[in-house]
Design a binder for this molecule. Structure first.
Ligand code: FES
Length: 352
């Protein structure tokens, strides 16, 4: 491993964790005795990296050291040793491209050519600040080689064409669901499962887990109904996995997603009609901010209502009008009540 140095100049003088990160920090500190809190150095560095646009500045490392009462040099040692910590700025979408043997044998070098052509040299950031890339060692998804990790998610079974398509879409503000990009279920054989095909061996349940240091969707459990026939091979995504088995793709157009690792999420429960359960469901669809909801088109509304199975409710409850007001820093009668602590959300008034 080469010498890894901090980008002192780009890091500025100060760093502060986002207020939303504090509960996550408390979660990790709570896992260790008070006199061993330095054991939380890796998760805290990870959280600091997320709050610092995907890389660790020197002030961010100092903040972690101060929180954990560690000598600065000890934190620098950890951050410079583990390549999961980046020490210079990266693009909004940072690509970690696996170049280790299984991926290399399955075409990683062709993916590298795409990255060089569309992004530039390793760790170069495109002019629009959207993309950067680096080569990394095995990311543990060799069975779906070749693959890349973009921010927190894996994109697997790639070809130069599918990888170029992903990069192009991200650069143009189009979200791309992670997962594998050939017709197979997770890492099952292409063309369908060849073993464990007896439906009685599998209850059909699937779980997406989330740790507090990840910004993504919380865990959800799909239907536990037994699968009658062996599952059909299909392109599966995180969103698909959150749907009940057999759910059809909703009509309409999926709204643009927001990556909470790249900015501040809003408390959607300040919108009347969105309780904790709906907020969680919206987050799982990539919807985190008032600004997103404020620009929904009728097609977007149809897609969201179809996804969450409550037709007509968004218009009826005037989510978009409320979101426009809140996105501009204004207030609504309902948000004032939430802010005053009179209600936690519309769940207190019967909404989910
Ligand atoms: S070799 Fe690429 S994920 Fe393991």
């Amino acid at each position: 491993m080469g010498v890894r140095r901090f980008d002192i100049e780009a890091g500025g003088e100060t760093f502060a964790f986002a207020s939303e990160t504090e509960p996550k920090i408390a979660f990790w500190l709570g896992k260790y005795p008070a006199n061993r809190k330095r054991s939380a150095v890796i998760p805290l560095l990870w959280l600091a990296q997320k709050d610092n646009a995907g890389w660790l500045s020197e002030p961010a490392m100092r903040e972690v050291a101060d929180r954990l009462e560690m000598p600065y040099i000890r934190v620098y040692e950890v951050a410079t040793f583990y390549t999961m910590f980046r020490l210079q700025p990266v693009g909004k979408f940072h690509v970690q491209l696996c170049g280790t043997t299984p991926c290399m044998l399955r075409g990683a070098n062709d993916l590298k050519d795409v990255a060089k052509r569309m992004i530039g040299a390793k760790m170069h950031i495109t002019d629009d600040l959207k993309l950067s890339w680096e080569e990394v060692e095995c990311l543990g998804a060799c069975v779906n080689a070749p693959m890349v990790q973009i921010n927190d998610y894996y994109y697997e079974d790639l070809t130069p064409e599918s990888f170029a398509d992903i990069l192009g879409k991200l650069q143009n503000g189009v979200s791309v669901e992670p997962g594998n990009f050939v017709d197979r279920l997770n890492s099952a054989p292409a063309g369908g499962q060849t073993s464990l095909t007896d439906a009685g061996l599998f209850d059909g349940s699937r779980i997406i887990s989330s740790l507090p240091n990840l910004g993504g969707p919380a865990k959800e459990e799909a239907s536990a109904a037994p699968l009658a026939p062996p599952p059909e091979p299909k392109k599966t995504t995180l969103i698909d996995a959150a749907k009940p088995a057999g759910a059809a793709e909703p009509e309409g157009e999926r709204p643009e997603e927001f990556d909470p690792a790249t900015g501040k999420a809003d408390e959607l429960k300040r919108i009347k009609g969105i309780g904790p359960k709906n907020e969680e469901a919206l987050n799982a669809l990539g919807i985190y901010t008032f600004a997103q909801i404020a620009v929904w088109t009728p097609e977007n509304v149809a897609w969201v209502e179809g996804s969450l199975s409550f037709p007509g409710r968004i218009q009826r409850e005037e989510w978009i009008a409320q979101a426009i007001e809140l996105a501009q820093g204004g207030e609504t009668e309902f948000s004032k009540r939430v802010d005053a602590g009179e209600v936690a959300s519309s769940k207190d008034e019967g909404d989910e």
